[in-house]
Design a protein around this ligand. Structure first.
Ligand code: FES
Length: 149
């Protein structure tokens, strides 16, 4: 990597640090749990008012979330939010995870600028939709046969 490139990268990062927390930058640049999950127990895709979509897959064992992954076509803040929500939900019971709010995601990320707070809401809403899918499928397991994932 050339010195000029490194300097430019440092300048961009320094600029980003004036707006975003270290956690946001870290999760946006190195997202955890990104990707489609095979044989998931639950799935949801939600499109926010901004037009961006987030998808979340869950693996559940004894009503506890053992794995969560996400995909999004949204902004860096949505990548950070999806990464953080899938990290923090692991190990939680379905009941506990269902209570996840936009505030929880924002707190875990160390906040987001006002204009990006809806990205945390998209992540929390998608998680809740995936949990509703888990509960619905548990009640009516035959629906599994019609799943595309
Ligand atoms: Fe649409 Fe962030 S999710 S702007």
């Amino acid at each position: 990597m050339s010195t000029d490139f490194q300097e430019l990268q440092e300048l961009i990062l320094a600029d980003a640090r004036t707006v975003y927390s270290e956690a946001v930058i870290d999760h946006a640049m190195a997202p955890r749990n990104m990707g489609v999950m095979q044989s998931a127990d639950a799935f949801a895709g939600v499109t926010g008012p901004c037009g961006d979509t987030m998808e979340i897959w869950l693996k559940v064992n004894n009503d506890a979330i053992v794995a969560a992954t996400f995909m999004t076509d949204g902004c860096g803040s949505s990548i950070a939010s999806g990464s953080m929500v899938t990290e923090t939900v692991k190990g939680k019971s379905i009941n506990e995870a269902q209570k996840t709010t936009q505030r929880d995601v924002l707190d875990a990320l160390g906040g987001l600028p006002e204009e990006s707070k809806h990205c945390a809401l998209l992540a929390a809403n998608t998680l809740k939709a995936a949990i509703r899918d888990y509960i619905a499928t548990k009640r009516e397991p035959w629906k599994r046969a019609y799943r595309k994932y």
